[in-house]
Design a binder for this molecule. Sequence first.
Ligand SMILES: [Zn+2]
Length: 332
Amino acid sequence: MRPSPVSATVDFAADGVQHGFLRLPYSRDDAAWGSVMIAVTVVKNGDGPTGLLTGGNHGDEYEGPIALFDLARSLRAEDVSGRVIIVPMMNQPAFAAGTRTSPIDRGNLNRSFPGRPDGSVTEKIADYFQRVLLPMADVVLDFHSGGKTLDFLPFCAAHILPDTAQEAEAFRLVRAFGAPYSVRMLEIDAVGMYDTAAETMGKVFVTTELGGGGTASAYTAGIAIRGCRNLLMAAGILRGTPDPVPTQWLDMPDGSCFTFAEDAGLIRFCADLGDRVRKDQCIAMIYPTGRTGLDPTELRANRAGLFTARHLPGLVKPGDCVAVIADEVDQT
Ligand SMILES: [Zn+2]
């Protein structure tokens, strides 16, 4: 396969703190020989494990970029044992536009792996992570939030994996992150995900969903800022010991956790995030909006559990994920 067109202005093998870019050539109307510039910070101090920390995989999710801009400006080499690679705006064109996908090619970076060195801009970014950055990493933390169309109870998560040792280490780091909720996660659409690329390489992969709505609150930004430091400490990369923080474990065992709209219309939620719901409880109603006098469609919970994620904003379309109900489980 041809080499990646991306060139890094930092030396990943050099000790110290470096702030630079992953430069991806992108010829266009306003810059014939222009580039996409993806900011990167590398902090290295001797030998040790490498943590790869990413935000902005989706461009309208903000807790991760906030935490990683904060970490990149404040991390000192002497605090690190090993290496930390920080990319706060993984899909930089999407981040700059404030959209989930790239305005250049409509690429959803988290469905573009393993990518292509001769593909679209988004596929070239995926290819660089697949073949250059992921192989350097031992531990990968990829921040997500709900973006403009979902809202979540703030959680850190990892996946159930066939390799029990890899899975156990991921859940140990989820616990150390210290979000209010910790999730054993099922993906409804795992093909092409960064998560899957990292896990297939045997990397310890941890992710988050920290709120949503196309912004971050003081509460959720604080969770992200503390969480990435806690995780690096637990991984032995950052000096210090994570503060023990209480967390509620949640399980998403199968597809019955997800409720999808089959109608278009105006959604009225009948339960809120954090509520405990019963199986068959009406959790939302969808009013048809073409005319008055029509009854709403009721959406009922497929299972009992904790109302963990919901649709935003006020109108829904057929196929939209309206609600996620998770099981509360005891786990240490
Ligand atoms: Zn996301």
